[in-house]
Write a protein that binds this ligand. Structure first.
Ligand SMILES: [Zn+2]
Length: 238
C-alpha cells in the first residue's frame, strides 16, 4: 500500500529548487530517493514510521547525487518558438509564424507554426507524432512484404519502457519519439517489431530474420542504450 503525501522542494548546491513528491510505502525498509530516468521527477519514499522531516533531511544529504542524476536526464526541451528538435536525427527549429493555419509546416530545417500560442506545444507534438506514423508505416509495410507478413494495425504511442511492441494479432505499436532518432535506429526498431510477426520471441532465428531486413542492428541498439532516454526530453517543460 502506498499513499501520496505532499509536494516539497529540495534546494541543490547551485540554488536550484527541485520539486520532490513524497510517497509513503508500507513495503519500504528505509528512506529512498528516486530520480526518474526519463523525466527527472524526484520522489522521496518513506517507510512506516519515518516522518516527512526525516525524509527531507535525508534528501538534503543526497543533493549532489540528485544533481548528477538530473544532469544525466538533461533539461526538457519544450515545444516552443526557437526550440530545436531532431527529425530523423537532423535538427529542426520551431518558428512561430503569422499564419492563421493551425497546421505546422516543415520548410527545410524550420517548422513553421501559426495559430494560437497556447495550443502551439500540443500542435507540434501532434505534428511530430503524425510525422512518425508517416515514416514508420511505409517501412513496416515494406519490411512486412519482405518477410511475407503484413502488419495489422500500426499505432503511435508515448511509451517509456519500450520503443515498440507487436501483439499476437499482428498489431504494431511504436513510440512516436523514434522519429527523432537517427534513421538507422528507426529502421532497426521497425525491423525488430516486424520480425516478431513471424517469430514471437528473441531466439537466434528471430535475430537472423531481423538481419535480413536491417543491416545496422548493433549500431542502432548501441545508440538506443546510450541516447534513447534523451528522446524523452522533447516536449517536456523544465
Ligand atoms: Zn522484441
Amino acid at each position: 500500500m502506498t499513499a501520496m503525501l505532499e509536494n516539497q522542494a529540495l534546494t541543490l548546491a547551485d540554488g536550484r529548487n527541485v520539486p520532490v513528491s513524497i510517497r509513503r510505502s508500507t513495503r519500504a525498509r528505509r528512506i529512498l530517493l528516486h530520480v526518474g530516468v526519463y523525466d527527472g521527477t524526484v520522489e522521496l519514499v518513506l517507510p512506516p514510521g519515518a516522518s516527512v522531516r526525516e525524509g527531507l533531511s535525508f534528501a538534503r544529504t543526497q543533493t549532489r547525487w540528485v544533481a548528477a542524476q538530473l544532469a544525466r536526464v538533461g533539461n526538457g526541451v519544450p515545444f516552443t518558438d526557437g526550440a530545436i528538435l531532431p527529425i530523423l536525427g537532423q535538427p529542426v527549429t520551431i518558428r512561430r509564424s503569422d499564419s492563421r493555419s493551425a497546421l505546422p509546416v516543415l520548410h527545410e530545417d524550420v517548422l513553421l507554426v501559426g495559430g494560437r500560442d497556447d495550443t502551439l506545444p500540443s500542435r507540434v507534438r501532434r505534428w511530430v507524432r503524425g510525422r512518425a506514423l508517416d515514416e514508420i508505416k511505409p517501412r513496416a509495410e515494406r519490411m512486412g512484404q519482405d518477410l511475407g507478413r503484413a502488419p495489422a494495425r500500426i499505432t503511435m504511442r508515448d511509451t517509456r519502457s519500450r520503443w515498440g511492441s507487436c501483439s499476437r494479432a499482428g498489431n504494431l505499436n511504436f513510440s512516436w519519439r523514434l522519429v527523432m532518432a537517427p534513421e538507422n535506429v528507426l529502421d532497426y526498431v521497425v525491423a525488430h517489431e516486424v520480425a516478431h510477426l513471424r517469430e514471437m520471441n528473441h531466439s537466434p532465428r528471430f535475430w537472423a530474420l531481423v538481419d535480413t531486413i536491417c543491416h545496422d542492428v548493433t549500431d542502432a541498439r548501441g545508440w538506443l542504450r546510450k541516447h534513447g532516454a534523451e528522446l524523452h526530453r522533447y516536449g517536456r517543460d523544465g
